[in-house]
Write a protein of this length. Structure first.
Lengths: 255, 200
């Protein structure tokens, strides 16, 4: 049976892994290679490295650490942040990343999804969506890496999630912004709505705080994977403990 | 030349080879990447990786003379993901004629209500013993990313299930294939690659 995936997300700034709350107040927590091995050894199914400065600052992803991570890592990893062209993606994939994830550049240039999918295959094209509830609708935000530059787009999340699949997204990471960093649980309702619209693998992001949050998002929103950052970085939850717990809840995981 | 290269990776120009090269490096083996049929045919073992569509992959093999070399190659050959699919006679993806080293055809996974691509860690159901499977246990997890697959056949060593049973590992003679990515499948995948380095 296909296992539900547990995916730690490592924020990268200047080639180092950093952590912060609600997209701000970052501090360095370690080297990419060390953190990658640590999470692999703990049982992570996949890793996402998110260059949190690349998109808002208009810089490209610094690739110096990518081939070092690829050399040691025997599980898949995805690189996100600042990928604006086929050339950007080609460099990152050639360095050994298995997937690339695009977010804000897909909003300013939706055809980028088609181009990447046609060139590299949809299996390595992940589209990240930052979704925000305005009281009436879920709306897509862009440039969320920097709170001062963040904008709300004209896209409703329910429309954008369909659009990116039409254009060739092979996987979608839905980051529910109201929940991000609050540790009050994944946005079960929103994720369940989007699951119905999502025919490619869907990864939940934002809000993980305790073991039960993971069981709830798998059982109630039927997502393929759950992404989390701070609960893993601060050792609030160990991946080993999480997988034992999910197994005890009859949720299929790789142990 | 004192000896043949132990293992080479077939560069079709449309596959990401870094992960496979690194996986062999972790086993202490330098895998040389080449797109030159004359160099590749001297290797003791070949790996044919592949991502993207069957039609693009086969076109790249046909245009470069690699298809002819691969069908003539007598030593162990391992196809990974699309590389495995191209070992078959035919793929329904773009109605593509493939290498024909293994009988049968590749078809789309049934979509039903399941997300496509089939992406993530799934279990192996081992059907018979083979040197490629030394040290691999029933229900070991490996990492898949694909939308097409071959049904179980006489050449199937292991199946997996996603909407249907499909061939996860195949072998006919010296042609081996993994539908999953051994280079991304942790210790289990590393063991399969290590076994491949030893098959006669």
């Amino acid at each position: 049976m296909l296992a539900r995936r547990i995916i730690p997300c490592l924020d990268v700034m200047g080639g180092k892994v950093v952590k912060g709350i609600r997209f701000a107040n970052h501090e360095i927590v370690g080297e990419c290679v060390d953190m990658a091995q640590r999470y692999r050894d703990a049982g992570a199914d996949e890793l996402v490295f998110y260059d949190i400065t690349a998109s808002p600052e208009g810089r490209k992803v610094d690739i110096s650490w990518i081939d070092k991570v690829a050399a040691v890592l025997d599980i898949p990893f995805c690189v996100a942040g600042g990928i604006r062209s086929i050339a950007d993606a080609a460099v990152i994939l050639a360095a050994g990343a298995d997937k690339i994830s695009i977010n804000s550049p897909a909003l300013s240039n939706p055809d980028l999804i088609n181009q990447l999918s046609n060139r590299f295959g949809r299996q390595c094209v992940v589209v990240g969506i930052d979704s925000y509830w305005n009281g009436q609708d879920w709306l897509v935000k862009a440039l969320t890496g920097d709170p001062d530059k963040t904008i709300t787009t004209n896209w409703k999340t329910i429309d954008w999630i369909v659009e990116v699949q039409k254009r060739g997204a092979g996987e979608i990471v839905l980051n529910c912004m109201g929940e991000d960093g609050r540790k009050s649980g994944y946005d079960i309702r929103q994720l369940a709505v989007m699951r119905e619209l999502c025919k490619v693998p869907l990864i939940a992001s934002g809000g993980a705080g305790k073991l039960q949050d993971f069981a709830d998002v798998f059982c109630q929103s039927n997502v393929d994977g759950a992404l989390a950052a701070s609960v893993f970085h601060y050792n609030t939850i160990s991946i080993t403990e999480l997988k034992s717990y999910l197994c005890s809840q009859n949720i299929e995981v790789r142990q | 030349m004192c000896c043949s290269p132990e293992i080479m990776l077939v560069d079709t120009g449309c596959a990401n080879l870094a992960s496979v090269r690194f996986a062999f490096a972790r086993l202490g083996v330098t895998a040389v990447i080449s797109c030159d049929p004359d160099k590749l045919r001297t290797a003791n073992r070949l790996v044919l990786p592949g991502v993207g569509s069957a039609s693009a992959g086969m076109k790249a093999l046909d245009d470069s003379g690699l298809a002819e070399m691969l069908t003539e190659y007598q030593r162990p050959l391992l196809g990974i993901c699309l590389g495995m699919q191209m070992l078959f006679e035919h793929s329904n993806e773009g109605d593509t004629a493939c290498l024909g080293l293994v009988g049968g055809e590749v078809e789309a996974l049934p979509t039903q209500s399941l997300p496509i691509p089939h992406m993530g860690w799934n279990t192996l159901n081992l059907l018979r013993k083979d040197p490629l499977l030394t040290g691999i246990k029933q229900q070991d997890y490996v990492y898949f990313v694909h939308s097409f697959a071959a049904k179980r056949s006489a050449d199937t060593l292991a199946i997996s299930n996603y909407g249907m049973d499909f061939s996860a590992i195949i072998r006919r003679g010296n042609s081996y294939g993994c539908q999953f990515h051994p280079e991304l499948s942790g210790m289990v995948g590393a063991r399969i690659l290590q076994n491949f380095l030893k098959v006669k």
